[in-house]
Design a protein. Structure first.
Length: 116
């Protein structure tokens, strides 16, 4: 059974940083790309970024390019999202999803709130 668990959310002021983690179990973690998504109040869930199985290839939504960095530690079955220069429009619930291209499995999400 695939299980994903996000952590690391919180409340920060604009310009601040947060590092999200997503611990995975029940899958051959090192074989799959993992994705990060977010959902703001009243909006649909959207793609934020992804990291390939090796960690070498990373993709980001235009809205977060240059500010967010995804990475992974296959030995720990964990994927990370480093978020810098946060903006109020980054507020939302952040989820990791598997597989990255069309997730069938989601974590419970972690709330990120950025105040101006």
């Amino acid at each position: 059974q695939v299980q994903l668990k996000e952590s690391g959310g919180g409340s920060v002021q604009a310009g601040g940083s947060l590092r999200l983690s997503c611990a995975a179990s029940g899958l051959t973690f090192g074989s799959y790309a993992m994705g990060w998504f977010r959902q703001a109040p009243g909006k649909e869930r959207e793609f934020v970024g992804s990291v390939s199985w090796s960690g070498e290839n990373r993709y980001y939504a235009d809205s977060v390019k240059g500010r967010f960095t995804s990475s992974r530690d296959n030995a720990k079955n964990t994927v990370y999202l480093q978020m810098d220069s946060l903006k109020p429009e980054d507020t939302g619930v952040y989820y990791c999803g598997f597989p990255a291209g069309a997730p069938r499995y989601w974590g419970q999400g972690t709330q990120v709130t950025v105040s101006s």
